[in-house]
Design a protein around this ligand. Sequence first.
Ligand code: APR
Length: 246
Amino acid sequence: MPDSIKKAAKIIEKSRKVVALTGAGISIASGIPPFRGKGGIWERFDPMEVAHIQSFVQNPKKVWDLLIREMKDILDRALPNSAHLGLYELEKLGRLEAIITQNVDGLHQKANSSLVIEFHGNFAWQRCMDCGEMLPTAQVSLEILPPLCQCGGVLRPDCVFFGEAIPSDALEKSNVLAATCDCMIVAGTSALVYPAASLPGIAKAAGAAIIEINPEPTHLSLGVADVSIQEDAGMALKKIIGQMGL
Ligand code: APR
């Protein structure tokens, strides 16, 4: 068993407050493409054209047509994979207090994780740009794009577009968790998008041990991460749990 897995298991076992920060990489096995790297969505689209709030306001039909429709199809079918289930297992073992996720796929909740902070919102809901009415995405017809609210306003996913602020409640809770945890598991994120990417640094500065799980190195791997496990998140979590003498 690689030393990194053994070291990670030891750190998690002796920590009193473990928090996870997850990104798109942990949902690839559920059929959801990442944003960057092999098969990444931003290899096909310019995020500033299809995922910036100004682009959406200027041409909601185009954004719905190019990006959101495809996301809806994929997310409707997606199920949790071993990475989501592994984090739930850690929670059941009393070894994980909360998950901060950048993902909008709702798969941590589907895996029964109880405390999930959605840093970039959740695609399961649509919000009217005029009256603020919330509607489950599953109930929104895509016959006409962009879909409209009964009031005539344009519906938009309840996710954070580039150019928008992080929901204040999610931001505040995440900062407190990062500053008070003594271990942060960072899984499946390129750690390139702020302010989410600042959370591991906040935890590190507060004295937490950082465990990174990512097949590719990131800027966290050298210097911030105490343990860098270059493996699939699902596999790595399974091995870590297997190593824990609980
Ligand atoms: N297990 C763990 N990590 C993986 C796996 C895997 N099986 N496969 C890929 N990865 C890693 C990649 O190496 C990459 O570093 O997951 C990361 C995915 O990076 P991104 O696609 O950039 O996703 P993320 O970091 O979540 O993006 C942050 O950017 O576009 C915005 O709002 C969007 O929330 C998103 C944010």
